[in-house]
Design a protein. Sequence first.
Lengths: 263, 263
Amino acid sequence: MTTTLTPAADPAAARAHYRAGLAVPSSGWAPGYTQANLVVLPRDWAYDMLLFAQRNPQPVPLLDVTDAGSPSTALAPGADLRTDLPRYRVWRDGELVDEPTDVADLWRPDLVAFLIGCSFSFETALLDAGVPVRNIEQGRNVSMYRTDRPCRPAGRLSGPLVVSMRPVPGALVPTAVQVTARMPQVHGAPVHVGAPGALGIADLAAPDFGDPVVPADGDVPVFWACGVTPQAALMASRPPFAITHAPGHMFVTDVPDVAYRQL
Amino acid sequence: MTTTLTPAADPAAARAHYRAGLAVPSSGWAPGYTQANLVVLPRDWAYDMLLFAQRNPQPVPLLDVTDAGSPSTALAPGADLRTDLPRYRVWRDGELVDEPTDVADLWRPDLVAFLIGCSFSFETALLDAGVPVRNIEQGRNVSMYRTDRPCRPAGRLSGPLVVSMRPVPGALVPTAVQVTARMPQVHGAPVHVGAPGALGIADLAAPDFGDPVVPADGDVPVFWACGVTPQAALMASRPPFAITHAPGHMFVTDVPDVAYRQL
């Protein structure tokens, strides 16, 4: 057990802290390296999830899928997915039953892990391009909303598109679109700009997940497909067993963010 | 049965001709619309194929995956995948057993169809950008080669990366890279430029698939991941039953090529 609270700069060092039991949000750790959402399912449900991702690539951009039973991923060859996240969530029949700091004792030979791109990567790219990110400025989690736009169903999985919203100064909306369009593996271009009602969102100040974020004068709401989408679909369809990361407690990979920036 | 030989300009009209029994290569039909490779497998093998595609997106860019038993695809809502290709191949235990013009009598409730991007789409984009496409100029099929570079295996599926090669004038190689990099769903940027030996290719004049294509003075060989890769992996691993399109006899979709050109 470590009590270090200074975020490690190196992904392997970050994972070593988490493996030793440190259970803190991963934001700010190993800056410049891609962090990923985790969804773990029995092999029986893995086909539905893989198909759901293929059919809904904006909300579910798959970065890697493991072999059944293997705790290893190509995104970080030395890592162990059972121990190397800061905190997990364990679900049975769609209900949250535990939030442990490792899941080694729950691992089974039929489990398949899905590592899914995360908007942390494109927030860095937005800042690099001079686009302010209000949720970071305000020290809050990004605002997220269920929309009235259904995902394409896949087998037993279906559900609404969930979006994140960032207020962007009107003059920088084109930059925000271009920067994120070049990162399709971390949700890509926005799905909508400007009119929350068109997505079935009644009140921007009352997000379904995350925190309310205050826009500045002249900001326009910009909506991106969100990595909460697969978790929402999964929980609605109640697989007998699932493991995910705890919100904000992501898997830190060895892959630089720039690897997901296209030409 | 129709005897029309003038290629239809409209995708639905092209498919109607093929449905009526016309068995001709689809090159030149419905120009500007995306054509797709077809692989059909029993549900028992579909997970391996879906995972192989996720792990090898350059050679296996999935455009759509059907629900088990359904002959319908989101790429062409009015189409029937059992009848609307000009010619099919039927495989049993990895051996080619038939080349029929429809597969309605072979369809089963457990069959899953994979529609995979095809380089026809980026050849149009290359021509639009002023890059000559020698195989088109010479009226030949593109040259394709097995490489010594293995794909990432997935379950029972493994095999070498297969590449297509197009000779490109040296000054236009950067344009060819940029144009195709913007089309990741139809194989994307080249995987290699210039040195066939680095891919384990001994003799460019002796392709493993397709025809030899003669370079012009100053042309450089440019190699792209090729849609033959999944078929090669599939045939090597010998599933009990599979259907594919016959070479050159593709599925004509309703999706304009430009829909797969990114920002």
